[in-house]
Write a protein that binds this ligand. Sequence first.
Ligand SMILES: *Cc1c(COP(=O)(O)O)cnc(C)c1O
Length: 405
Amino acid sequence: MKRRDLIKYLSVAPLAGAAIGTGVSFQAIAAAAPVKGKRNVIKELGLRTFINAAGTYTFNTGSLMHSEVIDAIETTSKHFIMISEVQDKVGEKIANLCHAESAMVTAGCWSAMVIGTAGVLTGLDRTKVALLPNLSGFKKTEVIVQKSHNVGYIQALTNTGILPVEIETKEELIRAISNKTALMWFLNKNSTLGKLDQEEWVAIAKKHNVPTMIDIAADVPPVENLWKYNDIGFDLVCISGGKAIAGPQSAGILMGRKDLIAAARLNASPNGGIGRGHKVNKEEIIGMYVALEKYINQDHEAEWKMWEDRVAVIVNAIKKVPDFSVSVYVPPVANHTPTIAISWDSAKIKITTAEIIKKLKDGSPSIEVMPDQDSLNVAVYMLKNGEDKIVASRIQEELIKATIN
Ligand SMILES: *Cc1c(COP(=O)(O)O)cnc(C)c1O
């Protein structure tokens, strides 16, 4: 398209929804009319809501719960139940669904790692539970981690007082294992960066009788990852509840060896110990269970196809704008869903990623996307039906404006 044609193109497209011929009035979708007589607190507080084309990030409140989950939370909220009985029953169900010996609902994946590590250190010894994070007098005080996995998330473990020991090769790992080794931790997200894979990690640990833990926080889809790492033999598996599983954002799952889950529970609310503040109430525990069950049973192929259709809508709109390149990729482990990357020659187009992000955020409806190194990334798995068209036309509109300027 020539510059002059672009200007004409823009001027005949006052409503961005019409620009790519979708005919969807996005105001109609965005301004979800409040139910008559129902209080709209979001509006009262003047809070900005937005279309989530970024993905499941804690800072953007992760994912939205399905109505089945909200219903379960509401029903649960009307009754008293002993919290330990809820954990017992839900733990048993989750363990069955995910091929684990035992399970518990935690206050997120981070919480699962804190409490799980605490359980490894204390066992069922209440005296030890009361000491954490002071490990003086403890025999086993170290967690072994691959250098490429030793990133921010390990603080969940070091919260308990445990000390990381970094290794790179298999030989270094075997040399590092000692009578001080309490745990071997694996960060699945970084599995492609390390020298040892999950199977090797578990095999070496088992040979030396060291418990293993894996962080798979954002690593579904594929759904099989919910049981894959239990099947491989990790003693503890930690996952977020409020990412793609779409459970409560303040929930997660710790699953694995029965004795270690029992020890973890001793370190968590309603007990004292280092996890006393990691409280999950009955609503979140049951909401987590219902979300997990729904996630496992849903049609994953149909969902993937729906994501690809959304990607096509957005990609086709961007392709109409010259000087911008668009590609689609699927992150290999975490957030493994079709993702769009938009890039451009900054010598030719004088706009930065940050500027486009701000324009999309400040527009109506507000849209959140993520920056990457040299690109603007758009994820489609947290979009609601119809929002793909809005995202497509708004991005197209901003790119055309950038071309003209
Ligand atoms: C999100 C995330 C966590 C933290 O999970 P929460 O459920 O927010 O506590 C831990 N590790 C990785 C790799 C993550 O992506």
